[in-house]
Design a protein around this ligand. Structure first.
Ligand SMILES: NC(=O)c1ccc[n+]([C@@H]2O[C@H](COP(=O)([O-])OP(=O)(O)OC[C@H]3O[C@@H](n4cnc5c(N)ncnc54)[C@H](O)[C@@H]3O)[C@@H](O)[C@H]2O)c1
Length: 342
């Protein structure tokens, strides 16, 4: 049995609480939240779980082996550091920290302490994203040309961080995962409409190795909920729409370059080609839905039990922070392209 303490039970924390609590080999024994109404929520729904407003009670509890952290992003570094120093495994919500220096420190601490440090990049545990990766890595789309992603909704407007730090960690982690690579540069432009200095909408362009370009559009100021990816490759094109029943749509569409040769292979024909437009079938594969957070929680506990490294470990979280940090510099310099230093 793995005993877990949860710090932060606002909007997302209850989902972690429910999923961790449903696992056979895991028990959430204590929840800390500063707000009484959130502690009351835990009392009402999980009377067996102790609550406290003091997170130190979780850090100091010798019966707790693992800590899940779902507080505001700016507090993650301090909580993760403290939990690792108390010899506990950690599952922290995204982003793992607010800068790469702190992120690196957490990675080093976890490695020194031989503890699991996992980041809640939930979409990596989403079966549609996993299937999309199989199609890309299996060669179905051919060479990936470019990908664009949209993560839009009306709200929830945050007051502590901008839309990029709040929403784009998902997309950066998905793109790195799909492409098995990290971007070499990024540029970002964003605008603050509602609160001064907090961008509500951000457009980012990421350059990956081998000329692959990715574009991310995040906003909490949009009329509809959109979670959509378009992958354009040399052979096929795929749409991943997380809010649709047809989560993946594979289009046998593309432009084929056909070299023209003559019977006598005349010298002046060399290099001539014809561009042929191809529009074949659309395939909608069956994707078995399992709540991604459940898969994520199972993976966390398995890593603790087996001493494995999580797929979304501290290094994975740090790679996302490198991109966000460089994008932050770009945001402040009118979208200048910034090289990402690993
Ligand atoms: N993985 C996902 O899909 C996903 C979705 C939503 C949010 N999140 C992440 O979850 C985290 C929390 O987001 P949220 O929307 O739930 O925020 P929230 O503001 O609704 O909740 C945060 C909670 O933490 C509590 N808290 C803050 N400081 C504390 C302290 N010192 N001790 C105890 N409790 C404390 C607050 O009282 C609050 O209830 C963020 O990092 C966010 O990015 C992840």
């Amino acid at each position: 049995m793995v005993n877990v303490g949860l710090i932060g039970c606002g909007y997302w924390g209850p989902n972690l609480l429910r999923n961790l609590n449903q696992l056979e080999n895991t028990r959430v024994i204590k929840v800390a939240d500063l707000r009484k109404e959130r502690r009351d929520y835990v009392h009402r729904n999980y009377p067996q779980i102790q609550t406290t407003k003091n997170h130190e009670e979780i850090m100091e509890d010798p019966d707790i082996q693992a800590v899940a952290i779902a507080t505001e992003a700016r507090s993650h570094y301090t909580f993760v550091k403290s939990a690792l120093e108390k010899d506990k495994h950690v599952l922290v919500e995204k982003p793992m920290a607010m800068n790469s220096k702190e992120g690196q420190k957490l990675v080093d601490l976890a490695e020194d302490a031989k503890k699991v440090l996992m980041v809640g990049h939930t979409f990596i545990y989403n079966s549609a994203v996993r299937a999309l990766k199989r199609y890309i890595q299996g060669g179905e789309v051919g060479d990936v040309y470019y990908i664009y992603a949209q993560r839009l909704n009306l709200g929830r407007v945050r007051e502590d961080i901008n839309a990029m730090w709040n929403l784009a960690p998902h997309d950066i982690s998905i793109l790195n995962y799909l492409l098995d690579a990290e971007p070499v540069s990024v540029s970002a432009k964003g605008v603050s409409y509602i609160q001064e200095g907090i961008e509500d909408v951000v457009f980012m362009t990421l350059t990956y190795p081998h000329k692959v370009t990715a574009h991310i559009h995040v906003s909490w100021l949009d009329p509809s909920k959109v979670r959509r990816y378009t992958v354009v490759g040399s052979k096929k094109m795929i749409i991943y729409d997380d809010v649709s029943d047809a989560k993946l749509q594979i289009y046998d569409k593309g432009i084929t370059k056909k070299t023209i040769t003559t019977a006598f292979d005349q010298a002046d024909d060399f290099g001539k080609f014809q561009l042929i437009q191809r529009a074949g079938d659309i395939l909608i594969p069956q994707i078995k839905y399992i709540e991604p957070l459940r898969t994520e929680c199972i993976h966390f506990v398995e890593c603790i039990k087996k001493g494995d490294k999580p797929i979304t470990d501290g290094r994975n979280g740090l790679a996302v922070i490198h991109v966000l940090e460089a994008a932050g510099v770009s945001l402040c310099s009118s979208g200048r392209e910034i090289t990402i230093k690993p």
